[in-house]
Design a protein around this ligand. Structure first.
Ligand code: F6R
Length: 259
């Protein structure tokens, strides 16, 4: 994993957006994987700025979101479809028909999940996947104990995740308890991963993800097995890392590193 420790959330968001934009500039018909939540909001704001001010073109881009709550329609204001429309899609020139978010109202999830995987494969696979990390170590909605080889599937959300996400709902009881998520295996198939994390409440789990053993107790730790993952952190989220000074040293010397 390549770890970039940034002074501010703004800086980490800009660097992470640049990593995504770079893929799109090199491959205008890129397939991008997207996450919801607070962490990538700055990254999405920067992608919108790059589109509006620097002409970053999404007209041939296809997107696949990581997850959706089971039980919420795409029109529900807390659905991840709405989140993506508001926070990214409406600010760029992606064609809505090329955006994919798992459906929250499906009768046969087994068939739906299989079709979602097939659609990703038919699009040529994911070129760059945006990720956050949950305070329980989840990536996508792959909760502790979930298989590190999993494909798109439904999950029962952990009590901690329900508590964390209650901030977006009127009452904790309104948070759905099931979700549909790309699996860890699906995520590891992405050619590049860009994970963003900020704030002191992520420090412990970020250290486990980067420096702990690979374990389903922190599904994000599976990214240690991925050969092109960039992690963008602010100082608070990086505060639990034992090798923080080494990661800073690597970044400082990156311009001189052998190509
Ligand atoms: C969301 C997702 C989750 C979030 C994680 C962190 O699509 O897949 O893994 O990235 O729960 O959420 P925030 O950024 O709100 O702390």
């Amino acid at each position: 994993m390549e770890v970039a420790i940034c002074a501010t959330y703004d800086e980490l968001s800009k660097l992470a957006a640049e990593a995504v934009a770079d893929v799109i500039r090199k491959k205008p018909n890129a397939v991008i994987g997207l996450a919801t939540g607070s962490s990538p909001l700055g990254l999405y704001r920067e992608l919108i700025r790059l589109h509006k001010e620097e002409g970053l073109d999404f007209s041939r881009v296809t997107s696949f979101n990581l997850d959706e709550y089971v039980g919420l329609s795409g029109g529900h204001e807390q659905s991840y479809r709405q989140f993506m429309n508001k926070n990214l899609f409406e600010g760029i020139n992606i064609k809505m028909v090329n955006t994919n978010v798992p459906d929250g109202l499906v009768k046969d999830y087994k068939a739906f999940c299989k079709a979602y995987e097939e659609k990703i494969a038919a699009a040529g696979g994911i070129d760059v996947q945006v990720l956050g990390i949950g305070s329980d170590g989840h990536v996508g909605f792959n909760e502790p104990g979930d298989s590190l080889a999993s494909r798109t599937h439904t999950v029962t959300l952990n009590e901690q995740t329900i508590k964390d996400n209650a901030r977006f709902f009127e009452r904790k009881e309104d948070v759905p308890i099931f979700a549909c998520t790309m699996g860890v295996g699906t995520i590891l198939d992405a050619r590049k991963c860009v994970l963003v994390a900020n704030g002191r409440n992520k420090a412990k789990v970020v250290a486990v993800m980067i420096e702990g053993p690979i374990s389903s107790m922190c599904t994000a730790s599976a990214l240690q097995m991925h050969n092109d993952t960039m992690v963008f952190l602010d100082e608070d989220a990086a505060s639990g890392l034992k090798l923080a000074d080494y990661y800073r040293w690597i970044q400082k010397n990156k311009p001189k590193a052998p190509k």
